[in-house]
Write a protein that binds this ligand. Structure first.
Ligand SMILES: Nc1ncnc2c1ncn2[C@@H]1O[C@H](COP(=O)(O)OP(=O)(O)OP(=O)(O)O)[C@@H](O)[C@H]1O
Length: 599
């Protein structure tokens, strides 16, 4: 046998593989199956393009043989095969510059295991589980077969061998601690996990028994017209482990400069961990049918409910979690995928409102997070938002709202909080016949201010003084009420920022508003929950000078009971805005005093 030395980098890699790699050993099988599949791909292409390979159109096949007696695992294929020169070159050196660079980085990195676990070390990963590896191969078109043997000791040997047909057998003599890979269930499990959608049949052979153990069908690679609705649904269930049918799916094949396929599903139930910080990502990355990883970074967090697959043609199989974020090809695919999902959701909203409302009730709250995190798609996300309004009990969107706007209406008006159809703040808008949006999700107080505008129409909160600028100024007789206003303010102390006369009320005696530069109640509360204790809501109590409570109070000119009245009216305004009573003990006392006085 002719002896050869491994290239220095290979020796380094082997050293790392053998000495530093303890976790995730099972990936060796993915790597070997992937190589076998590549070898079949190559021959397949040649048989299609070159005359002398025309005869090699035998049924492609990958076989995993478990030999309990010799403690061997063999991965065989009927692909292109290798001759002696190929064996020396391919299995004695590292061809790819990426791998070399990775090795350099690895040398400097202490957490080798973490890094390398994410990185396909290709053929050499066989040494994670094998003390000795033999590769018996015969190149398609050659008469001779060759054997490559190594025990990873810095050298390997190549000699003539026998093989009936073209193709390759990679024979692993399993180490003592890798005997689990002789178990057929373990192998089936690994193949299902990583290689189910390799387009070639994978057989498992043990003794006389031989069975196919993968589906051999990359569903997403088929043309849409070839896939039945049922097949889409079944595939979703295997992919997501969800028992229910998906709500809908988006299947895209991109060709041209960037070649990739994506199949995304929207579930019809909320994943259990949707609102957990440690949620499981739902999208898997494949490179040419080979499963690479399931990673959060494949889609932004606001699309975390999406299940599916991204299968890219132009990515290296060894792309790691660390390099994932920096890969330009993947970034482009990711960007296009986000846009595609959002655009398809918009279409669903237009074409199947009932289904879209189902979607919105399940995931609307999550999608809205994108307003804060995805600036590029902010306008598109705005199109997806649904809400109820002071005029509509069923959902509408911004486009409909704007279409329904009155001619003299300057802005889009909203109120944050639970649907407050009886809010005193609505008075003026009812009078003008302006529609007011109710934003009632708990995150709305963070999201809605960031919306800013829709189609050049500003969004304004009706609980804030910012909406006032859209209305004509009304002159109010401040002087006449100054003593009363002062007395009310003194009664309420720091509960309110100020007490003022109101131009916005017609029916109600009081309401609470916020200066346009101050956080509104819900925002302040949310910030407090997030640990910003210093942020306090600072409402302004506005009083309706035409309401009889105040006209009578003014007539009486008796400020004795004003403190009690102030507390009650302030709490009335809070209740009408859906807040809880502030200072309940004193409020009850004030109420009792006033009741007694009236008896
Ligand atoms: N079963 C096989 N049949 C034919 N050639 C093979 C086979 N296995 C490996 N090779 C050859 O050996 C080379 C090195 O394999 P290795 O797995 O280390 O790297 P790779 O497949 O090129 O990269 P990666 O595994 O990262 O995709 C392959 O490029 C291929 O030419």
């Amino acid at each position: 046998m002719a002896k050869h030395h491994f290239e220095a980098e290979v020796s380094k890699l082997l050293h790392i593989v053998i000495h530093s790699l303890y976790t995730n050993k099972e990936i060796f099988l993915r790597e070997l199956i992937s190589n076998a599949s590549d070898a079949i791909d190559k021959l397949h292409l040649l048989s299609l393009t070159e005359e002398k390979y025309k005869e090699f159109v035998a049924e492609p096949k990958i076989t995993i043989t478990l030999d309990e007696i010799e403690k061997r695992l063999i991965v065989s294929d009927n692909g292109i095969g290798m001759d002696d020169v190929d064996l020396i070159e391919n299995l004695g050196t590292i061809a790819k510059s990426g791998t070399k660079k990775f090795l350099e980085e690895l040398e400097e990195n202490k957490q080798k295991e973490n890094l390398i676990g994410q990185f396909g070390v290709g053929f050499y990963s066989a040494f994670m589980v094998a003390k000795r590896v033999e590769v018996v191969s015969r190149k398609a078109g050659d008469e001779k077969a060759w054997i490559w043997v190594s025990e990873a000791s810095g050298e390997f040997e190549v000699d003539e061998a026998k093989r009936e047909t073209h193709g390759t057998d990679v024979i692993l003599y399993l180490r003592e601690d890798a005997k689990e890979f002789l178990d057929e269930w373990r192998i089936k499990e690994i193949v299902k996990k990583y290689s189910d959608h390799i387009p070639y049949k994978i057989y498992l052979k043990k003794g006389d028994k031989e069975e196919q153990i993968n589906s051999a069908k990359a569903l997403w690679k088929l043309n849409k017209s070839e896939i039945k609705e049922e097949e889409y649904k079944e595939f979703y269930k295997t992919l997501s482990h969800d028992m229910q049918d998906p709500l809908f799916w988006i299947h895209t094949k991109a060709e041209g400069t960037l070649e990739y396929t994506t199949l995304f599903y929207i579930p019809s139930v909320r994943p259990f961990d949707l609102f957990r910080a440690d949620y499981e990502p739902g999208v898997k990355l494949y490179v040419k049918n080979v499963f690479i990883m399931q990673d959060r970074d494949l889609l932004p967090a606001y699309l975390r409910f999406v299940r599916g697959i991204i299968d890219a043609e132009d990515l290296p199989l060894n792309i790691s979690r660390e390099t994932l974020q920096y890969n330009a090809v993947l970034s482009k695919i990711k960007k296009a995928s986000i846009r595609k999902i959002l655009t398809e959701l918009k279409k669903l909203k237009e074409n199947d409102k009932e289904k879209y409302i189902k979607f919105w009730d399940l995931f609307g709250k999550v999608i809205k997070e994108g307003i804060l995190s995805d600036f590029d798609n902010r306008e598109l996300i705005k199109e997806l938002i649904l809400f109820k309004t002071s005029k509509s009990n069923s959902y509408i969107d911004f486009a409909t709202y704007v279409k329904n706007m009155k001619e003299h209406q300057k802005s889009i008006y909203y109120l944050i909080g639970s649907e407050q159809k009886d809010s005193p703040l609505l008075d003026r808008f009812k009078k003008e016949d302006f529609e007011v949006i109710f934003f009632s999700d708990d995150i709305d107080s963070l999201i809605v201010p960031a919306l800013e505008s829709y189609k050049e129409k500003r969004l304004k909160s009706i609980a804030s003084t910012e909406a006032d600028e859209d209305f004509e100024e009304v002159s109010l007789d401040e002087a006449k009420y100054s003593d009363l206003l002062r007395a009310l303010k003194e009664g309420l102390k720091e509960k309110v920022k100020d007490v003022k006369l109101s131009a916005r009320l017609t029916e109600y005696p009081v309401c609470l508003v916020y200066d346009k530069n101050d956080p509104e109640y819900q925002t302040a509360m949310l910030l407090q929950q997030m640990g910003e204790y210093a942020v306090k809501p600072q409402p302004i109590l506005e009083i309706n000078p035409h309401h009889e409570i105040f006209t009578k109070l003014l007539l009486k000119n008796d400020m004795k009971s004003v403190e009690n009245i102030a507390l009650l009216l302030y709490n009335e305004a809070r209740i009408l805005e859906g807040m809880e009573v502030d200072d309940p003990a004193n409020t009850a006392k004030a109420l009792n005093t006033l009741i007694s006085q009236s008896l």
